[in-house]
Design a protein around this ligand. Structure first.
Ligand code: SF4
Length: 363
């Protein structure tokens, strides 16, 4: 998908940054407007557009980030096992339109696609944090409020982040994506401290629930290129969606993964089930009328999110984990945003007892 925003808005304070200039160079025919802040743009699309969230994705705002960028992953919530993951939100919103995307609720009041331009400030903040805790290993991801690579051609964050992380002894960068945009990554000199990870689902789920994203074959071909270049690869089978025939579909997915990738070069595989906050259900039903997400019943957990019934989740995790382990017993498979009980039930251990994962959990 080639993204071309309807308008580029430059927020006051974001003018003159090298990153801003680079983005504008790539969009010579797109109207550019200088704004004091984005509130008036949001008001305008709320007034004039039916699908406000969808319209928000088409408005690119270049902004200067003020505040602290490095944050702990929101997996730290009541009853959930935390994997000490850090996030850096360089962007907000995404060009894709997955039916289950939590951003539809989270960014409801400000759905514009925002990119922060003061890259040097972020790197300074990260450098200070890594220096202050030399005994820690920071696992940092950029894919919480956006896809890390979908816009890498237009917003070249990877050019700054990859060399920066490669020079650090106690930090690993995870670029998480559903895209096949890896050209900049393939052009980097070193990939030492970078893991590129793909969110994967059976093609039937991609077709119905992950609108605008590259297909499974394209994602795996991109992953293969990165693996051949020397990047470590992560995989997220998340969200696992249950539907009639899901077991065959996930078995086929696992076969396709290992036809493309070598298991020994896969750093980890995370499993997560479809989950949502109650306010998201209405949005999903309104914006994605063909969704198959609500064919099974969901129950609220201690963190307030709705998930499949615990026995169903357990069965899904055990089944997919077994399929993966049949390919290679050595694979590190972990669960994302799950309870201690589910971790122990599915894997027979908590993350701290897994040697590979423990380096991240033991902070
Ligand atoms: S790729 Fe991720 S961020 Fe983008 S729409 Fe899908 S779930 Fe949301």
């Amino acid at each position: 998908m080639n993204y071309k925003p309807e308008v580029v808005y430059i927020e006051k304070g974001a003018e003159g940054y090298p990153f801003t200039d680079k983005v504008l160079e790539k969009l010579p025919d797109t109207p550019v407007r200088l704004i004091a802040d984005s509130a008036s743009v949001v008001e305008e699309i709320k007034r004039t557009r039916d699908d406000v969230f969808g319209a928000g994705k088409q408005q690119l705002v270049l902004s200067r980030f003020k505040g602290t960028l490095l944050k702990k992953c929101p997996g730290i919530s009541p009853g959930m096992v935390c994997c000490n993951y850090y996030i850096v939100n360089l962007m907000k919103n995404c060009i894709y339109d997955c039916s289950y995307c939590f951003l539809q609720g989270f960014l409801e009041n400000n759905p514009l696609l925002v990119a922060y331009v003061n890259v040097e400030d972020f790197l300074g903040e990260l450098d200070a944090a890594f220096h202050a805790h030399p005994d820690r290993t920071f696992r940092v991801g950029t894919g919480e409020l956006a896809d890390s690579l979908a816009l890498d051609d237009l917003l070249p964050y990877s050019d700054a982040l990859i060399p920066f992380f490669n020079e650090r002894d106690n930090a690993v960068l995870e670029l998480k994506t559903k895209s096949d945009r890896v050209d900049r990554l393939l052009g980097q000199g070193s990939c030492k401290n970078v893991i590129v990870s793909w969110s994967l689902n059976p093609q039937a789920v991609i077709d119905r629930e992950e609108k605008g994203t590259p297909g499974l074959a394209e994602r795996l071909a991109a992953a293969r290129k990165c693996q051949d270049k020397g990047y470590r690869i992560g995989l997220h089978l998340d969200p696992i969606v249950l539907f009639p025939g899901w077991e065959e579909a996930y078995q086929s997915l696992v076969r396709q993964v290992f036809a493309a990738l070598s298991p020994e070069k896969i750093e980890w595989i995370s499993l997560g089930s479809f989950r949502y906050r109650s306010n998201l259900k209405k949005v999903i039903r309104e914006r994605h009328r063909d969704t198959g997400l609500f064919t099974a019943e969901h129950v609220p957990g201690r963190d307030g999110k709705y998930r499949y019934f615990r026995p169903l989740r357990n069965r899904a995790y055990e089944t997919v984990r077994r399929m993966l382990k049949q390919e290679s017993e050595a694979l590190s498979v972990y669960l994302c945003m799950e309870t201690k009980e589910i971790w122990e039930g599915v894997t027979g251990k908590t993350p701290r007892s897994d040697e590979k994962l423990n380096q991240f959990f033991d902070l």
